[in-house]
Design a protein around this ligand. Sequence first.
Ligand SMILES: Cc1cc2nc3c(=O)[nH]c(=O)nc-3n(C[C@H](O)[C@H](O)[C@H](O)COP(=O)(O)OP(=O)(O)OC[C@H]3O[C@@H](n4cnc5c(N)ncnc54)[C@H](O)[C@@H]3O)c2cc1C
Length: 372
Amino acid sequence: MPEQLEARQQDLLQRTRGFIEDHLEPLAQRYGADAKALRKAVIAASRDAGLYTLTQSARFGGAEAGTLDLTVVRECLAGSGLDARRYVLGPQPGFLAGAEGKLAERYLEPLLRGELRSAFAFTDSRDGAPTRAEKVPSGWTISGTKAYVTAGADADCFGVVARLSSGEGSLFAVVDASAPGLTISAPFRSLDGSHHVALTFVEVFVPDDQLLGLPGEGLPRAMRQIGDTRLAMAADGCGLMAYVLDHLEAHLRAPHRSGAPLSDREGVRLRYADLRIRAYAARSMLYRTARLADAGENVVNEGIASKVFITETLGELVDTAIQLEGGQALVEGHPLERLYREVRVLRLAEGASDLLRLNLARGRFELSKGRI
Ligand SMILES: Cc1cc2nc3c(=O)[nH]c(=O)nc-3n(C[C@H](O)[C@H](O)[C@H](O)COP(=O)(O)OP(=O)(O)OC[C@H]3O[C@@H](n4cnc5c(N)ncnc54)[C@H](O)[C@@H]3O)c2cc1C
């Protein structure tokens, strides 16, 4: 339990715990592997419980929770260890945050109502040409190839970052999945079970009014969106740490064939204590960053630090927990086996750890930014 939460956040925490017990666990049991039915039932229950719209702005009828509020809820949900936790919070504006006028009407509002699906096309393919945008009358044409676009096969539109051919920065545009010249191909599934596609653009026309922000300023705007996602990922990661530690503790306390519970062995205790120390550091980092964000501070560097530390620590934690639980933890369907696959991707998705380290160092050496 994070300390010194305000009454509102304590209430949210209690509500989330109650929701897990009364709805999420029973629904996960009832629907099992029927992901479609489970998703529908969890969304309906979450709406009734007033959790679904916490991620959405008051302007669109949402409950608009702050960063710390959402951190508390996300961490608590992930502590359940249930996959179905992903359906509890409604879609966030994502790259459409701040969209106004026609863009808000056509994309943002239906997205928040759950009627439209979007995907984020940021990473350039290694095999195809890098994505470029060229100015033409009343708009732009985009050419090149994007890779790893998560959930792209089901998306109605994409947020696309493309470098300007003039060499002056990049643009960030909304492109319809049906736009002439756009091909969606090479679907694959990654280790964690998520699905991705490649996008190939051949002179895809994008009108001026489909741009998010100004041409030339696409990358900083896209990075802001990724920054929000990183903190959400960190909160989810801390919840999973709590889940893994609880699971491991129960195993270490249980009788073992060696004659004494493993928790009696000094070598095991040392390793277990190390995990708790790291989890404590990770949570401290997460909650400090969330509070700084709510105070209106720029937390780009702290968000990067949290994402790198928490996803790496979570990876070590799951790995050590498997080692201490033994071969049974690698049997298909065991919670740690599933988590091992799930958490490995986090050190690459939303920014590879090494590249984020380079960004952090650049923030210090070139911009004198960042706290310790
Ligand atoms: C599950 C999953 C979901 C994803 N979803 C999306 C999505 O929805 N949209 C999207 O656009 N992308 C998505 N990605 C792509 C993700 O953002 C990239 O995989 C990530 O940014 C790394 O890029 P890369 O794979 O091309 O590897 P590279 O950029 O080639 O990096 C590989 C490694 O090389 C090293 N390296 C690379 N460059 C440098 C450097 N300059 N200096 C030092 N070391 C370096 C690092 O060790 C790095 O880990 C997803 C990836 C995964 C795994």
